[in-house]
Write a protein that binds this ligand. Structure first.
Ligand code: ATP
Ligand code: MG
Length: 588
């Protein structure tokens, strides 16, 4: 399990990411305006003090102040109180803003990921996606609550301070501004390195988190295989990668911030030296030089903070890019309003279908598949492992698109059938159905939220294959462990079948859905399914003859095409592959 590819973080990505952040802030304009006023007031007050000192040092104002010392200090104290209030408001408003935006990002990211095409999940590990929702998305909160406010605060101080300095001596200010412009240009180079280093760090951290989550989830398998040492050494190696990536980021960031601060201080020293020469030649009053130096130091410190905050913002943008690249929900391209599946089970027709998975486009899984299932009948689909049976089911669910041929439902191309119609009228039960760590009742009503306990309980009691649920002390309210871990495989399958039946589908796709049941129970479940859905079209994919022999037509699939088809008796008589299975499985 190695770290995935590490694309460099380009300037256009940074701009796109910044654009996303600004759009996220748009709904909060009025709050931001308040926060900005508080920020402006607080930061401007800082800049009043050098001016106060400049005036106090002048002989004509010095004596005036001496006469009114209590008033002078009272005014200063009042300024501090205003500044404190402004500081409080600024921290509060930016802090709350950060929380809101983080909440928006979490919700939007979750929605975006859930609405991705199914092939997206073939490329992405669920644990990596969870890491993006967690550690990567959290960067936005810090960015908005802390970094944005810091940048604006010091930005205001730098701009206002520079204006005031220029008002006192434009020559010295010009020297400073020119040097700073050069510095900013140099820092652009650092910024690019820092963004790349930051993305590398977030990616390797997410890989490490995924690995840990997978090994904790698979702890039983690791224990049974005695693979603890292997898992540990893999973890240690990946953790070291994270350490190295983190160290790389820290080195660049430290060099960036300290270098900028050093340069700035040296610059300031030179300017003050120049200022002293102006004072000595009586071109500048000493009080102005003192005030200028104070403004200079405020601007220098603010600028140094600005540079290091900029470095941190760049790092955050690098990590946030991992969030925004999953951002836009993919809209279904094929939603229509005409209803294709009416009353009763639909007829299915696959004509000359060729299909390869997007992850392996060169390997055709289905090749020239012809399959015709009349509406309202039961079709059994059998065949060796890897023949393409589950792939047919996934095409019918529109999880993937086929490359050649046509698939129609009731004569209408599958591509023209809306996803919403498909999801309401078709139910699918895979071999290893996913149950969630909520109550059995909530698992049963997933996708049919209108179903209440009063509606459901008598129904499933009558079906008779979920008796085990009612023998549990908490019955339908029993909370299942992660992925339904507290149930046996067959019990999980029965809940999943019940979940599908409760949706009253017109087309039911069972993919090895009864593989964990003994023959008696399987017969009972299949008979119940037919009784509950007397008109539906039912597709039963199975390795076991016992599951398909009651079907109206059995299709035998091999290497991506139908090689035999007919009733159980016809195929048994035909003496082909199906007859071979009959002999092996000793079914009469
Ligand atoms: N998501 C996927 N991406 C790429 N290839 C896949 C994917 N799922 C299945 N395949 C490949 O497609 C082929 C057919 O797989 P499929 O799951 O349809 O077989 P199957 O007949 O259902 O087998 P089994 O009886 O073992 O369930 C296999 O070679 C498999 O490796
Ligand atoms: Mg399969």
């Amino acid at each position: 399990m190695k770290t995935s590819t590490r694309p460099a973080f380009t300037n256009s990505q940074a701009t796109r990411t910044l654009g996303h952040v600004l759009r996220l802030l748009q709904p909060y304009q009025s709050r931001i305006a308040f926060a900005l006023v508080a920020l402006f007031v607080g930061s401007s007050i800082n800049l009043i003090f050098p001016e106060v000192i400049r005036r106090a040092l002048r002989p004509e104002t010095f004596s005036l102040i001496l006469d009114r010392l209590p008033v002078f200090f009272g005014l200063l104290a009042a300024l501090f109180v205003v500044q404190g209030g402004a500081f409080f408001l600024r921290s509060l408003l930016f802090g709350l803003l950060g929380q809101h935006v983080y909440d928006d990002v979490r919700k939007r990211l979750y929605t975006s990921v859930l609405s991705k095409e199914i092939e997206f999940f073939d490329h992405h590990r669920s644990t990596d996606l969870a890491a993006r929702l967690n550690s990567d998305a959290a960067l936005i909160q810090d960015l908005v609550s802390v970094k944005l406010s810091v940048i604006l605060r010091y930005g205001v101080q730098v701009v206002l301070g520079t204006v005031l300095m220029a008002w006192m001596s434009w020559r010295m200010t010009f020297a400073i501004v020119a040097s700073v412009v050069c510095m900013v240009a140099i820092s652009g180079i650092f910024a690019r390195k820092l963004r790349a280093a930051s993305r590398l760090f977030q990616t390797s951290l997410a890989t490490l988190t995924s690995f840990a989550a997978e090994s904790f989830g698979g702890a039983k398998i690791i224990r049974a295989l005695g693979a603890e040492d292997e898992a540990l050494s893999s973890f240690v190696a990946q953790s070291t990668e994270v350490l190295e990536a983190g160290q790389g980021r820290v080195r660049i960031s430290a060099a960036f911030s300290s270098g900028a601060s050093l340069l700035l201080n040296v610059l300031l020293l030179g300017v003050v030296w120049y200022g002293v020469s102006l004072v000595l030649s009586e071109k500048l009053p000493l009080s102005d030089l003192a005030a200028f130096a104070l403004y200079g130091s405020i601007v220098a410190v603010s600028f140094a903070f600005l540079v290091s905050s900029y470095a941190e913002v760049v790092q955050s943008l690098g990590g946030l890019d991992r969030v925004f690249e999953l951002w836009d929900p993919i809209q279904s391209k094929t939603d229509t309003t005409t209803e294709v599946i009416g009353e009763g089970g639909p007829a299915l027709l696959c004509t000359d279908v060729t299909f390869a998975y997007p992850t392996r486009p060169e390997c055709a899984v289905l090749e020239g598949l012809h399959l015709s299932i009349p509406g309202g009948t039961i079709a059994g689909v059998m065949g060796p492992s890897g023949a393409g049976k589950s792939s047919i089911v996934q095409l019918l669910l529109k999880f993937y698109g086929h490359q050649k041929g046509s698939i129609t439902i009731n004569g209408q191309s599958l591509l023209d059938i809306s996803n919403s119609e498909l999801r309401t009228k078709v139910a699918w039960v895979p071999q290893d159905p996913l149950l969630f760590g909520v109550s059995i009742l909530d698992n049963l009503t997933l996708g049919t939220p209108r179903g209440t306990r009063e509606d459901i309980e008598p129904t499933i009691r009558a079906w008779g294959f979920l008796d085990f649920v009612f023998n549990l002390p908490e019955g339908l309210s029993t909370i299942l462990g992660e992925h339904g871990a507290q149930l046996s495989g067959g019990q999980r399958q029965r809940i999943a079948i019940a979940r599908a039946l409760l949706r009253q589908p017109h087309l039911l796709l069972l993919d090895e859905a009864t593989s964990g049941l003994d023959s008696d129970l399987e017969d009972k479940v299949l008979a119940t399914i037919r009784a509950v859905l007397p008109k539906a079209t039912i597709v039963i994919v199975s390795h076991r003859l016992s599951s398909v022999r009651g079907a109206d037509t059995v299709f035998l699939i091999n290497e991506g095409r139908v090689v035999e088809q007919g009733t159980h008796d016809e195929l048994k008589q035909a003496g082909g592959l199906y007859a071979h299975y009959t002999a092996r499985q000793a079914v009469g």
